[in-house]
Design a binder for this molecule. Structure first.
Ligand code: PBG
Length: 324
């Protein structure tokens, strides 16, 4: 039936009707807040990410408590060590910054989930996500061993969930086997399956001091042009034991979120990354955008595309706005 029998505006006429037929819901319980923890005292603002600070362990505990009070289920921890080396040894040190922060947060807020980023790039002096071989390339298989060691060390510190973001081949299987061997069969893996070589990570790299000292990450992260390959990455990670698959960044890859949701039927996470956050902040500061409306619309669109979980620096603001 067509117009005039069909009038789609009928269901848009009042707030209560619109609410009744709304297809996608956004709630604080869908959101994860990333935290940067440094091995120093106090808070340090990050110029490229207004409103986001590098946190000492005690400031991270406080921030985690605020996240919990706002109804957020989880935080995602990134470590910024004081010293970096060629092997990224701070990543798998049982007394490393993420391990210490995990213990402190779990002690203070046991009901909040602590998710840990598993990667070497914040810990290597060259800024790459793995070990460099003689030819100057990132060596896959030796890097995978260190990635698995990092995940086990984080689980031992109390991480509830581990999230490998390095994009080496075979790392999900290696992390699963290592966790199972060490008695962590119940620790889930959120795989950064479709992580694109994106220009939207700029502010994060400033925050973590993880800009590659030479070259770029295109030999291990996905080409932004490739959707089929992203689906293959996700399906391989499922085979290797991923519990949740992730797409990153979110906004320029909404089609990939949908395709991976349809192909895997797993819970899908999407990372609304640093550059996406910085754009909204800059637009709002310039008076061009209504920050609250844009953030809620954006997060809803990521959920509509198929994401069950959204990792976002807007998480605390959004949780607050969703209460009112
Ligand atoms: C590192 C990692 C990156 C991000 C999360 N984990 C950056 C990169 O690949 O350089 C980016 C997150 C963001 O931009 O918010 N493996």
């Amino acid at each position: 039936m067509a117009f005039p029998a069909t009038r789609l505006r009928r269901l848009r006429s009042t707030p209560v009707l619109r609410d009744l037929v709304r297809e996608t819901r956004l709630a604080a319980t869908d959101l994860v807040l990333p935290l940067f923890v440094h091995a120093r005292n106090g808070r340090e603002p990050i110029a490229a990410l207004p409103g986001v600070d590098r946190l000492s362990i005690s400031a991270a505990v406080q921030e985690a408590g605020e996240a919990r009070a706002l109804g957020l289920p989880a935080v995602l921890l990134f470590g910024i060590p004081d010293a970096k080396d060629a092997e990224g040894s701070g990543a798998y040190d049982d007394e490393g910054i993420v391990q210490l922060a995990t213990r402190a947060i779990k002690d203070a807020h046991p009901e909040l989930l602590v998710v840990t980023d598993v990667c070497l790039c914040e810990y290597t002096d060259h800024g790459h996500c793995g070990l460099i071989d003689e030819a100057g390339a990132v060596d896959n298989d030796s890097s995978v061993e260190l990635i698995a060691r990092t995940a086990v060390s984080q689980a031992r510190a109390g991480a509830d969930v581990v999230a490998p973001s390095d994009m080496m081949d075979g790392r999900i299987g290696a992390v699963r086997a290592a966790l199972d061997d060490e008695g962590f069969a119940d620790v889930p893996i959120v795989a950064y399956s479709a992580k694109f070589a994106s220009a939207f990570y700029g502010p994060f790299r400033e925050a973590a001091g993880s800009t590659p000292a030479f070259g770029d990450r295109r030999a291990y992260q996905l080409d932004p042009a490739n959707g089929d390959e992203a689906v293959r990455e996700a399906l391989l990670d499922v085979q290797e034991g991923a519990d949740v698959v992730m797409v990153k960044p979110a906004l320029a890859y909404l089609d990939v979120i949908r395709r991976i949701k349809d192909a895997t039927r797993l819970p899908v996470a999407a990372y609304n990354v640093s550059g996406e956050y910085a754009m909204v902040k800059a637009g709002a500061a310039a008076g061009a955008l209504d920050e609250r409306a844009v953030v809620l619309e954006t997060l809803t669109s990521i959920r509509r595309a198929g994401a069950d979980i959204v990792i976002t620096y807007h998480a605390k603001d959004a949780a607050l706005w969703l209460q009112t």
